[in-house]
Write a protein that binds this ligand. Structure first.
Ligand code: SF4
Ligand code: SF4
Length: 90
């Protein structure tokens, strides 16, 4: 399930460099997550980095993008074709 950034976002930019999939970018009013790139940090971290670093708890799972962990891992593999996922993250 991709994460989505809610309107509480204060555009501090802290999450952008933390995303292992380059899924986050600055939008017109708040930061935005690309659901084609967000894999809930499966394959890279044990929990969602954007959610951990956000000072206002703006990123949350987006129910519009239901995905199994296997599907999230497949997404990670598409984005990192020459890498192996970090053990314990999938
Ligand atoms: S949950 Fe992980 S992969 Fe998804 S946007 Fe946040 S940091 Fe990036
Ligand atoms: S860390 Fe939180 S407040 Fe800062 S840009 Fe990301 S979502 Fe917005």
């Amino acid at each position: 399930m991709s994460y989505i950034i809610h309107e509480e976002c204060i555009s501090c930019g802290a999450c952008e460099p933390e995303c292992p999939n380059q899924a986050i970018r600055e939008g017109e009013t708040i930061y935005i997550i690309d659901p084609e790139r967000c894999a809930e940090c499966v394959g890279s971290h044990r929990s969602s980095r954007c959610s951990e670093v956000c000072p206002v708890d703006a990123p949350h799972p987006d129910p519009d993008y239901p995905e199994t962990r296997e599907q999230l891992l497949q997404k990670w593999r598409r984005l990192h074709p020459n890498e192996e996922p970090v053990p314990g993250t999938y």
